[in-house]
Design a binder for this molecule. Structure first.
Ligand code: NAD
Length: 331
């Protein structure tokens, strides 16, 4: 019995030493605003490989380092490996974090498939619905991990990103991957990223989705900062319509939301982020494609499947699509 105890103790210590000696190899696929922020933080605790199609950004990182501006005015520079060509990443990675916009998830998942080792996992921390399904189609359910994060940021210029807000990150747990997920969580924690494994990720994904449904399209159409939406009755009326449709679809999908009063929660986020420009507004202002399809558009699609009317989300989606289609003709 004592011999067995000693063997177990030895194996535990040996395991810890191996874990201590072995740094995770992490590829960030889509190293724009969010990918750069996570890549920069994780590079203190793991070997990070940034893969992005934006040549100017990759070149700036390789020449001058990746500069992260924080809210306290302090900037930090780190020097992760960055490339536009995934074939330049030597060897297999343990984790691929997908941080492209949702309309590029399929291409990013194909890159993840090239880079991941046999037991490697792909994690999405993107917004909206449907990213996990697209990834699982390419990588398999068992290698696809869902997550949600409250960090926020903006790509300022190539090589320079503003880390605008910090908050919790949740990653979906699974019995099959629990061991490697635990190691990933340890790496995140050592890198200063507050993270929790969750058995109830759908709730959190929908919780964030409904906030985005209430704020993003409306802010982009009206071209106002978040704070204006929650205190202007004419805006609140549209917001309430979009949110109540999304809540009806969530309930029909069997989702229990993480808050009791969704509209109040959306208004609270508007007040807490009063001066922020929603990401969809930023996209519209720079003439870029938005993620409306996986936000308001996803509510319309799921509403159709359940026979739930979603006229408010349909109109918001169509207005955003019209703004995208006319960006070069704006007076
Ligand atoms: P971003 O546009 O700044 O970055 C996306 C990057 O992906 C771009 O640099 C682009 O070149 C790159 N890319 C596109 N296709 C690629 C491919 N096939 N391979 C490699 N790179 C590719 O976007 P972001 O603001 O960082 O957002 C990324 C995701 O995170 C979105 O789903 C967004 O909703 C979500 N998110 C953003 C924030 C935020 O504050 N910005 C917060 C939470 C979640």
């Amino acid at each position: 019995m004592r011999k067995l105890f000693l063997i177990c103790k030895y194996l535990k210590t040996y395991g810890q030493v191996l874990r201590w000696r072995y740094k995770l190899r992490i590829a960030i696929i889509g190293a724009g605003a969010m990918g750069s922020i996570f890549g920069a933080m994780l590079s203190s605790a793991s070997d990070v490989y940034l893969v992005d199609l934006l040549e100017a950004h990759v070149q700036a990182i390789n020449k001058n380092g990746l500069v992260i501006e924080k809210t306290d005015g302090v900037s930090e520079t780190c020097y992760p490996f960055a490339t536009t060509d995934p074939m330049e990443v030597e060897g297999e990675v343990d984790l691929a974090i997908i941080f492209t916009k949702s309309y590029d998830t399929e291409a990013a998942a194909k890159t993840a498939k090239l880079l991941l080792g046999e037991r490697g996992l792909a994690l999405t921390l993107q917004n909206g619905l449907g990213n996990v399904e697209v990834m699982a189609e390419i990588l398999g359910d068992e290698r696809t991990v869902a997550g949600v994060t409250s960090h926020g940021g903006t790509l300022l210029t190539p090589g320079r990103v503003r880390h605008a807000g910090q908050g919790p990150t949740y990653v979906g747990d699974s019995p099959l991957n629990h061991q490697i997920l635990t190691q990933i969580m340890e790496t995140f924690t050592s890198a200063g990223i507050g993270v929790t494994l969750s058995d109830n990720l759908e709730t959190l994904i929908w919780g964030k989705l409904i906030i985005n449904v209430g704020i993003n399209a409306l802010a982009a159409i009206l071209r106002v900062p978040n704070g204006v939406l929650g205190v202007t009755p004419a805006c609140e009326k549209i917001m309430a319509g979009a949110v109540s449709e999304a809540v009806a679809v969530a309930h029909a999908s069997g989702i229990q939301l993480p808050y009791d009063d969704p509209l109040q929660q959306v208004k609270k986020v508007c007040a807490d982020t009063a001066r922020n420009r929603a990401s969809m507004l930023q996209d519209i202002l720079r003439g870029a494609r938005t993620e409306v399809g996986v936000i308001n558009g996803a509510i319309v699609e799921k509403g159709n499947a359940f026979g739930i009317p979603t006229p408010c989300n349909r109109l918001l989606s169509e207005l955003i699509q019209a703004l995208e289609a006319t960006s070069e003709k704006r007076l």
